[in-house]
Design a protein around this ligand. Sequence first.
Ligand code: XUL
Ligand code: CO
Length: 437
Amino acid sequence: MAYFKNIGNIAYEGKGSDNPLAFKHYNPQEIVLGKPMEEHLRFAVAYWHTFTASGADPFGVGTAVRGWDSANEMDQAKMRVEANFEFLSKIGIPYYCFHDRDIAPEGSSLAETNKNLDVIVDLLEEGMKASGAKLLWNTANMFTNPRFVHGAGTTSNADVYAYAGAQLKKSLEIGKRLGAENYVFWGGREGYETLLNTDMALELDNLARLFHMAIAYSKEIGFGAQFLIEPKPKEPTKHQYDFDAATTIAFLQKYDLKDYFKLNLEANHATLAGHTFEHEIRVAAINGMLGSLDANQGDLLLGWDTDEFPTDLFSTTLTMYEVLKAGGLGKGGVNFDAKVRRGSFEDEDLFLAHIAGMDTYAWGLKAAAKLIEENVIDGFVDNRYRSFKEGIGAEIVSGRATLASLEQYALQNNVIKNESGRLERIKLQLNEIIYSV
Ligand code: XUL
Ligand code: CO
């Protein structure tokens, strides 16, 4: 059955086009720095926002009008599968992503829930075979059901921990069956509200134990996906353990997990942590931990995760600059963890929103490539640090310097000369490049 009857395949029409249902910048086959755009970006649709969510917020019920609305949860789940593949093929996005609970409803027992999943996973497998669509990542939703009130891997209740382990096991099996290229762990309720009732050390040790079990089980079943942790500083818990890239990397190092994971970084999570997205990507990249991106943007006037479709060129340019400099996303991609606004409740808005996000990323990619080709940032940076290439600077970098040798140098070097960082000049150049591509 077709759900988006009035919408055809979205084509690239280029900059002059005034067709809102066409790409102005995303031209999948266009070569940028030696690689087609689609290979740089590896876009993915988020099942939960696009097919499962209704537009409900804490103050009101859903507003979305969807062709797959149904009172029967399993019927609805089956229709969503069809809508997913129709949407992917019309918009031209190669990948999708889901939580287990996005695709199938929970039953009255774990066994029944798993049966529901099996029915839907069969349909997804068929749809993937027929359409060529691929799974960028899957994950387990261990935060929505009330049983996870005190967490999953960091719960105070061992029975809940066991349930989480069972759910994770099933999710890894689904990932293997559908050929997921990555598997994501986002610690939705892995955090705490107050230390007054929390054993932080035990919670973190238990979380690491769950990750080790996931590694062991994946090896056992031959599931070769790249494991990703998605940091977020707060929401739903007041203090999430995977606060940001740096905190997550320290956790992985402490528990001998670093070799098994990379990071799935999300733009709005970065801003909630008080960082830019590009900061998070740089921290991951310099530690060899850049995995994948959840593309969206927040509203800087609001203090929560608004998951808006990315439309800020300045941000996507700097994001893609970091990605290009890091050598690309590898097995990862650019997943739109983004939702249409509650007021954008028509099916067409799903297309318009993804087009906006894809064009903004494609534009950012082209601008970032130009920044590299014209040596704009590297030129500045190389020149700024040139004192470390010779003399005392080279001694420091080579590790030969001691406090005594630095003192000897400083005592005879009576005039220290600093230079301007030229920030305003670089920012203007950046504006010019963004608007020239
Ligand atoms: C929540 C969030 C999640 C993860 C997957 O803020 O980003 O949807 O991406 O669980
Ligand atoms: Co996310």
